[in-house]
Write a protein that binds this ligand. Structure first.
Ligand SMILES: [Zn+2]
Length: 179
């Protein structure tokens, strides 16, 4: 009886270990939860949710969740007629704007939303001109509809949250000329 209990315990430990190995995340801890408030994102609320879901499907160490009542959001999202832009106060904290100036020029709204969340997750702009890069932002053609981080960008975000990387307060703007 005792032996059977012991065997069951060993099996349980192995099963948990197997699950952790399958996620391949360097940190075995639960993901850090970041709450975002899209209540002021006007017509872009659903695209903000889409941007959050894109990140949630590609990184393991952080999770973007809509803020619940009574909780202070980590991230506030707004909409206005300017360029999309982000202002971070630290890793995972700050605000970003869904700017109609870029939307009206034809930039893909889900790509903008995922890109601006990317800044809040500790990624800088990298104006490579490549559509495959999420953080190339407006340097990729207006026709680019890729809303997904590439593997390097996702790995950097996972690493940032595995180590709780120190990220200084910064401001980023979608248009290079607006920096
Ligand atoms: Zn940017």
């Amino acid at each position: 009886m005792l032996l059977r209990k012991f065997a069951a315990a060993v099996f349980a430990v192995l099963a948990v270990g197997g699950v952790q190995a399958a996620t391949a995340a360097p940190a075995a801890a639960a993901p850090r939860i970041l709450y975002y408030d899209a209540s002021q994102a006007q017509e872009f609320r659903s695209v903000v949710d889409q941007g959050a879901q894109i990140w949630n499907s590609r990184v393991a160490n952080v999770r973007l969740m809509p803020v619940t009542a009574g909780r202070t959001p980590n991230i506030r999202v707004y909409a206005d007629n300017g360029w999309p832009r982000a202002q971070t106060t630290s890793l995972g904290n700050g605000r970003w704007y869904m700017g109609r100036q870029a939307v009206n020029q034809g930039y893909h709204p889900p790509r903008i939303a995922a890109h601006e969340f990317g800044h809040l997750l500790g990624l800088p702009d990298r104006r490579t001109g490549l559509c495959a890069d999420l953080m190339s932002g407006s340097s990729a053609p207006v026709s680019c509809t890729n809303p997904n981080p590439n593997t390097r960008e996702a790995a950097t975000v996972n690493a940032n949250f595995a180590t709780a990387a120190a990220v200084p307060a910064q401001a980023f703007a979608w248009s290079g000329s607006e920096r």
